[in-house]
Design a protein around this ligand. Structure first.
Ligand SMILES: Nc1nc2c(ncn2[C@@H]2O[C@H](COP(=O)(O)OP(=O)(O)O)[C@@H](O)[C@H]2O)c(=O)[nH]1
Ligand SMILES: [Mg+2]
Length: 688
């Protein structure tokens, strides 16, 4: 019978699959598919908690942070270690939202396997594809857990047909549902050849496999075996000769093909009712690889103790905590560990992490997922070891949204800077940059919710309330017509006077030429030593033109001038130059320039037409679209888009693309902006 034997006691952990130590399993999948609910239910099944909390009611072990509770979604990875039938498993509930994908990416390299929680819902297939791709690329063995079977309205075949395009390896049906009056009341396990009837929040009950279930089971089992046989010649022969393959061979194939990424087995269940959870745990126990395979995948040896840092967290009084998977050896308090920066820190304490609770524990052993306190020089993605080990972390995504941020109260400026540094360290997909020209601190990240949660953490965890506004756009201005302008600076006040006099020839230049200063003085009309002051004065005046922006793409020639032997000075010539420019520019038909980026949007093909419309409405010039290389069903759209229109582009792109669209951008050129749009920009700058 399916009973979570909790009586295993504390004997050394050695799994039936031969895995040593705790296995680490990530729960991943599209947003709202039920990962956190499943996490909770797993804790119940393994006896770690008495009854499941509810993500809906805000009583779960998962999603315990104020931000996760407030938004009713996972915004950070949560770990809990359980013992099931004598073996230890660390489950890591990962956020599903694309905006928090980096958190999931940080965790994945060091897990032994992943359970992809999903629903048979077309709208979530793009998100599913995204996560399956991550797993396939990182070669992480993964199961699909088709959740919410309690409200299934499709036959399993139909559900699989919807899901299959998201996976580049065959989905392998391991179970089929048993239906009564349009409701799924249980399942048949095709490998075990047993039928089970669900019981709420309890292991299912075995029932005889007979009646109408039997022929369905035969068919489904045969098609499962056929898929397995694609990678096993012996099995293929047995099938062709109508020999019933031994059960052990089937289980061996299931485990091997999962590990080699040749198939993706599909289990079904309902996290909310605790159905199918026992079978999932048993499948993991029998078939998920252990830490040795994960080491091999990462190319990490076992000669020295080594751990991989999944994420770092700055806790209030506990200081910095690194959530780490021990890949080899034992790690105890006081052990000197070298992180990615090559600097050793002594482990300030080994902590058991169970949801939001963090408690000191004994040394961590191979396979464990623990908190390591005060590794000041270790970052997410680092391998930490007694020997230099480097990093194994994922690449960083380009930011898609930015906000200009400042402390609500000036006195908190320094505190804000420190807190931002810590936040960006915890979450490397948050980027903090100081823009000196515009005098702004920019916080960029993966979307609106990502940035909002960062702001909430600033206030709640670091005690720095911040205010934000859209970042300034780097407008410039230039001139369309040449002019010649004299500038005279003359002051006669008592003793020493001031005198400078210049004649400037101002001419527009090609786009992108910048600023050029030409000295055309002959015969000493302006003495040599003052020429550079004239140039400085010109530059000062060009910092802000008549429209309110830096002036570019022009040549200013110092054509003539005059001086006074006593009263002339650097200062006087600078002032004269400033005067000349300030008077000249309004007569040169000034024109606004706006920055244009070359943007590449990546979306599933269904969204391409809508993306074109979105870009066009944002004054973009579409350059073309084509299939995205290596991504079946996706397109890339390239366009030249004004920076002013990119601010919240991601929000619209995501809503047009089932949440998965993204883009990259780089500055391309400055373009003239005239008419109403330009007037609005100028008026807004004057008002500010
Ligand atoms: N009907 C049904 N609802 C479920 C099931 N699992 C989760 N849910 C609901 O789906 C929603 C999202 O669940 P959650 O666990 O937060 O999803 P996550 O975003 O994947 O972590 C919540 O309202 C859950 O109550 C299930 O098996 N059946
Ligand atoms: Mg969740």
């Amino acid at each position: 019978m399916e009973d979570p034997a909790r009586a295993a006691g504390d004997r050394p952990v050695r799994s039936r699959s031969g895995a040593d130590g705790t296995r680490a399993i990530a729960l991943v999948g599209p947003f709202q598919s039920g990962k956190s609910t499943l996490f909770e239910e797993i804790l119940v099944h393994a006896g770690a908690i008495a009854r499941a909390g509810s993500v809906d009611a805000g009583t779960s072990v998962a999603d315990a942070s104020p931000q996760a509770r407030a938004h009713r979604m996972s915004v950070e990875a949560n770990v809990a270690t359980v013992r099931y039938l004598g073996e230890e498993f660390a489950f890591i509930d990962c956020p599903g939202s694309v905006e928090f994908l980096q958190e999931t990416r940080g965790v994945l390299p060091a897990v032994d396997a992943a359970v992809v929680v999903c629903e048979a819902d077309e709208r979530k297939v793009p998100q599913l594809q995204l996560i399956l791709r991550e797993l396939e690329e990182a070669r992480i063995p993964h199961f699909l857990f088709l959740n919410k079977i309690d409200k299934a309205d499709k036959h399993l075949q139909e559900a699989l047909a919807i899901l299959q395009p998201a996976s580049s390896v065959p989905l392998l049906m391991r179970q089929i549902p048993i239906w009564r009056d349009g409701i799924v009341v249980g399942f048949v396990d095709l490998a075990l050849e047993r039928a089970f009837v669900y019981r709420e929040h309890a292991p299912s009950e075995i029932v005889p496999l007979d009646g109408e279930e039997l022929p369905r089971e035969r068919d489904a089992r045969f098609s499962m075996l056929e898929k397995l046989a694609d990678h096993d010649d012996a099995l293929m022969e047995q099938l062709l000769e109508d020999i019933e393959p031994p059960r052990d061979l089937v289980f061996d194939d299931l485990a091997r093909e999962l590990r080699q990424g040749e198939v993706c087995p599909v289990l079904i269940g309902s996290a909310l009712r605790g159905n199918g959870v026992t079978r999932l745990l048993k499948a993991l126990r029998h078939e998920a690889p252990g830490v040795a395979e994960t080491r091999a995948r990462l190319g990490v040896g076992s000669a020295a103790p080594v751990a991989y840092v999944m994420k770092t967290l700055h806790t209030g009084h506990g200081g910095k905590l690194s959530l780490a998977r021990v890949l080899a050896g034992e790690i105890a308090e006081g052990a000197p560990l070298i992180g990615g920066q090559g600097v050793a820190d002594r482990v300030g304490g080994v902590m058991a992490v169970q949801g939001a609770s963090v408690e000191k524990r004994g040394p961590a052993r191979t396979g464990d997922v623990v908190g390591l306190a005060r590794l000041e020089h270790a970052a997410s993605g680092d391998l930490v070891s007694t020997r230099p080990a480097g990093a194994a972390g994922p690449p960083l995504p380009e930011p898609v949204m930015a906000l200009a941020i400042s402390a609500r109260e000036r006195k908190d400026d320094v505190k804000l800077g420190l807190a931002l540094t810590k936040l960006a360290e915890e979450d490397p997909s948050l980027i903090v940059r100081h823009d000196a020209e515009k005098g702004e601190v920019l916080l960029s990240g993966q979307g609106e919710m990502h940035l909002r949660v960062a702001l909430e953490r600033l206030a709640e965890r670091f005690g720095v309330p911040a205010v934000t506004r859209p970042p300034r756009v780097g407008y410039r201005e230039t001139i369309r017509r040449p002019t010649v302008q004299r500038g005279r600076h003359k002051k006669q006040s008592g003793g020493h006077g001031q005198f400078g006099d210049v004649l400037l020839d101002v001419k527009p230049q090609e786009r992108g030429e910048g600023f050029r200063f030409v000295d055309a003085i002959t015969g000493g009309a302006v003495p040599r030593q003052y020429i550079s002051s004239v140039e400085e004065g010109v530059k000062e005046a060009l910092r802000q033109g008549p429209l309110g922006f830096p002036v570019v793409d022009l040549t200013v020639t110092l054509a003539d001038g005059s001086y006074h032997t006593v009263d002339s000075s650097d200062q006087a010539f600078r002032a004269a130059a400033r005067l000349a420019i300030a008077e000249a520019l309004p007569n040169c038909t000034p024109v606004l320039l706006e920055p244009i980026d070359d943007v590449t949007v990546m979306v599933p093909g269904e969204a391409t037409a809508r993306v074109n419309a979105i870009l066009s409405a944002r004054r973009a010039q579409i350059l073309g679209f084509e299939p995205r290389e290596g991504w079946s069903g996706w397109d890339t759209v390239r366009a030249l888009v004004p920076q002013a229109e990119i601010g919240d582009l991601i929000v619209e792109l995501r809503s047009a693309s089932a949440g998965v669209g993204c883009f990259t951008r780089r500055f391309d050129h400055m373009a003239e902006l005239a008419g109403r749009q330009a007037e609005t920009v100028v008026a807004a700058t004057r008002a500010a």
